[in-house]
Write a protein that binds this ligand. Sequence first.
Ligand SMILES: Nc1nc2c(c(=O)[nH]1)N[C@H]1C(S)=C(S)[C@@H](COP(=O)(O)O)O[C@H]1N2
Ligand SMILES: [Mo]
Length: 349
Amino acid sequence: MGIAFGICFVTGLISHVHQNPPAWLDVPSRPVWAYQLTQGLHVATGIASIPLLLAKLWTVYRRLFAWPPFPDLARLLERLLLVPLVAGAVFELVTGLLNIVQWYPWRFAFPVAHYRVAWVLVGALLVHLAVKAPTARSVTGRRRRRPDAPPEAAPSPERRAVLAGVAAAAGAVTVATVGQTVAPLRAVSLLAPRDPALGPQGLPVNRTAAAARVAPKALDPGWRLLVAGRLRLSMSDLLALPQHEVELPIACVEGWSASARWGGVRLRDVLDLAGVPPDRHITVVSLEEGGYQTSPVGPSAARDPLTLLAMRVRGEPLHLDHGYPLRLIAPNRPGVQQTKWLSRIEVSS
Ligand SMILES: Nc1nc2c(c(=O)[nH]1)N[C@H]1C(S)=C(S)[C@@H](COP(=O)(O)O)O[C@H]1N2
Ligand SMILES: [Mo]
C-alpha cells in the first residue's frame, strides 16, 4: 500500500503541474506518451489501493478497541495520527473513484480538494512509517536477530490466505479496469467506467457540444480563429496552410486514453504567421463559456511539430462533439487541456 500510495502521489503531482504550471516552467511536450502512462498509472494504482486499504483496515480495526486506549503520551500521538492517515486515505480513494465515474455528490472543487488532502495523507503516512519502522524491522529484519532469539513463527495458513485473497482482489480490479488505457485488455475491461472505442468517430466524449452550449457558434459559417489579437483565419485559410497528420492519444485525467490519427495545421505555423516569437507562452480559448474554456500552452508544446490545430480525425472532419470546427491536440498533455471548439489564441508572455 505504501508503494501504491507513493505512485499515486508522484503521478498526481505530475498531473497537477501539467494543469497548474508555474509561470517559470515550460512543461516539456515529450515523450509523447508520458502523460498517458503517468495518469494511467495514477488511476490504476488508485483503484488497486481500494482492496488494499480495506484489507489493511480489516486487519487492524480491532486494535482501536484495545484497553487502555493509550498507555503513554507517545501512543496517544501515534493514535491521533491515524485520523489524518485513515480519513485522508478514504477521502482520496472515494473522491478519486467517484471522479472517474463522473459523479460529484459534493460542493467542493474535486482537483483542489484531492490535491490538498494528498499532502496531508502523505505527511501522515511518512510519520506513521517512521514511527512503525522499528516494529517493522523487528518483524522482517532477519539479519538483526540475535542468535539466541526464539525461532520465527512461519506465516499461518490463515495469514497466507488473506494475503493471497488481497493480492487476487487487487489484481482482479486492475485487470477489469485497466483496459480503458491498455488497449489489448479492452475485452476484459468489465468494470472500467470508459470504453475508449465508444463514441462518435470511435472516440469517447467527455463533454458534448450540447452540454457545453457551443453548437450555434461552432456551426456558424462566419466562424474565425483569432490569433494574437491580429490575425483572423477562416476555415478555408486554415485549409490553405500546410496540412499534417499526427497519431496522438487523448489521455483523460480520469484514466482512460484513446489514440487516433488527427489532421490539421501545426500550431507553430499559425503562430509564425501571426509573428508570435518562439519563446512565448500562449493560451488557447474555446467558444465554450465557463468549463474548460482556456488552457495554457508553453513554448515547448506550442513549437512541437506534433502539436496541431486539428480539423480532422481518422480521415473525417471533426465531429461537433470532438471540437468542430477546430481543436487543440498536442503530445504529453492531459485530455482536459486538449481544448475543443477553439475561438482564439492569446499570447501571454
Ligand atoms: N472546450 C472544451 N474542451 C474540452 C473539454 C470540455 O469540456 N470543453 N473536455 C476535455 C476533456 S476532459 C477531455 S478528456 C477531452 C476529450 O476529448 P473528446 O471529447 O474529443 O474525446 O476534451 C477536452 N477538451
Ligand atoms: Mo478528461
